[in-house]
Ligand binder design. Structure first.
Ligand SMILES: [Zn+2]
Ligand SMILES: [Zn+2]
Length: 426
């Protein structure tokens, strides 16, 4: 009987790591990290690399990939993922290592060993590893992100959503649900109790707000995650406000070049190319010092104002009510972005009261509760088990009640804790 051991991501967002065992073979779905309140990395449960037939990596966010190099200190398991995931993963892990080296047991050379042992998949292509078969399709979350379909040695079909988005965005198509008879679904639940407002309305609100600020000769700072959100914003600006000056700063620049290199993973490469042409890349301090002095939009990492050039811009433009700070990313509790939304100021930057206009826009790259339910209903005729992970307890519980309500009691629903091992019937 196949079993799934939850090594991370049980009743928490992040640190995704799921070990599938069947007929003596083992396969790992993701191996990511989380951060505690002091921002120190937390690793998932231990795996012996020698026992693995392989590991698949759903996407390049640290909470899905950043523990994986640990497996290459002593082992050489084959990794399965898309090219953009590994390329972006290497950039993000390099940064993670730089900031947290003291807490991390692996080195850059182990990251290289991981990438040397990677087998790259195209969406829809199926490969074998040990007794397992692996297939990936687009998850719509960030460039190269994948839903993983894993057939175990005894023929049990597991679908793992990774982080998934079920709506089309400027850069990516919506998640592609492959026509298969899924037995067990491992589903994320980040927004298991949240209904996102319709995307086009949020975008319109953001565009209208930007126009108001520009009309008053103000500067807009959009702190955005370097992977995904920044690229979405520059596409939106190119489409709706092509006459406005747009600047891109921080790690987003390097990631944007990667998006260009792997255009075939984009929904419409021509939209993206135009957006990049329309965007001024900040190349150094000279550009940076000029950018905020005139009306325009500055898109810069970090998305939660935790560092990066966005902090510099915030300090420069924040005291003038003509300017604006528009947050478009998730703001974790304890982050400066969260603090300014709650209190209007940020203590560590010496900002008692932000004078610039401040607003938050829901442009999530995760499916809301309706989208998640849509995935479940899509496979309802074959589903026997649903394992809800990658969500706070409230969100996971809410999704579980929706499943029971809409799909009846014949289906087994699990909200595991880290360390739990679940038997799934063949
Ligand atoms: Zn995640
Ligand atoms: Zn993610």
């Amino acid at each position: 009987m196949p079993t799934i051991k939850v090594l991370g991501g049980g009743r928490e967002v992040g640190r995704a790591a799921y070990l599938v065992s069947d007929r003596g073979e083992k396969f790992l779905l993701d191996y990511g990290v989380n951060f505690d309140e002091e921002d120190h990395p937390q690793f998932p449960g231990h795996v012996r690399p020698i026992e693995l037939s392989g590991i698949s990596i759903s996407h390049s966010h640290l909470d899905h990939i950043a523990a994986a190099p640990l497996l290459y200190i002593t082992g050489r398991p084959r990794a399965f993922t898309t090219r953009p995931t590994m390329e972006m993963g290497r950039i993000l892990i390099r940064d993670f290592l730089k900031l947290n080296a003291f807490y991390i047991d692996y080195e850059l050379s182990d990251v290289e060993t991981m990438s040397e042992n990677t087998i790259y998949l195209e969406y829809g292509e199926e490969v074998e590893a040990g007794g397992f078969r692996i297939l990936m399709t687009s998850a719509g979350h960030i460039l190269g992100s994948s839903i993983t379909y894993l057939t175990t040695p005894s023929g049990h079909l597991i679908m793992y959503t990774g982080d998934v988005n079920t709506i089309q965005t400027w850069t990516l198509s919506k998640a592609e649900l492959w026509p298969l008879k899924i037995d067990t679904l491992i589903i994320e639940s980040t927004y298991g109790s949240t209904k996102h407002p319709p995307r086009h309305l949020t975008e319109k609100k953001l565009i209208d707000s930007i126009e108001e600020v520009i009309d008053r000769n103000g500067t807009v700072l959009i702190p955005a995650f370097s992977v995904g959100r920044s690229q979405e914003i520059i596409c939106l600006l190119q489409a709706e406000l092509p006459h406005v000056d747009v600047y891109l700063d921080g790690m987003s620049r390097e990631i944007t070049s990667l998006y260009l290199r792997y255009k075939s993973f984009l929904r419409d490469p021509s939209i993206f190319e135009k957006a990049v042409e329309n965007t001024n890349f900040i190349k150094g301090w000279q550009d940076r010092r000029k950018a905020w002095r005139k009306p325009g939009v500055i898109v810069s990492s970090a998305g939660m104002l935790k560092g990066g050039p966005s902090v510099y811009y915030l300090k420069k433009i924040g005291s003038n009510p003509r300017n604006a700070v528009f947050l478009v990313s998730y703001q974790a509790v304890g982050s400066p972005g969260h603090e300014v939304l709650e209190t209007g100021g940020i203590e560590e930057f010496g900002i008692e009261k932000l004078r610039a206009r401040l607003q938050w826009f829901d442009l999530s790259s995760h499916a809301g509760k309706d989208g998640l339910l849509g995935i479940l209903l899509h496979y309802k005729h074959s589903l026997k088990n649903v394992i809800i992970i990658h969500g706070e307890p409230d969100a996971a519980n809410n999704l579980a009640s929706m499943v029971k309500e809409r799909m009846g009691n014949d289906i087994n629903v699990f909200i595991p804790n880290n360390g739990d091992e679940i038997n799934v019937e063949s």
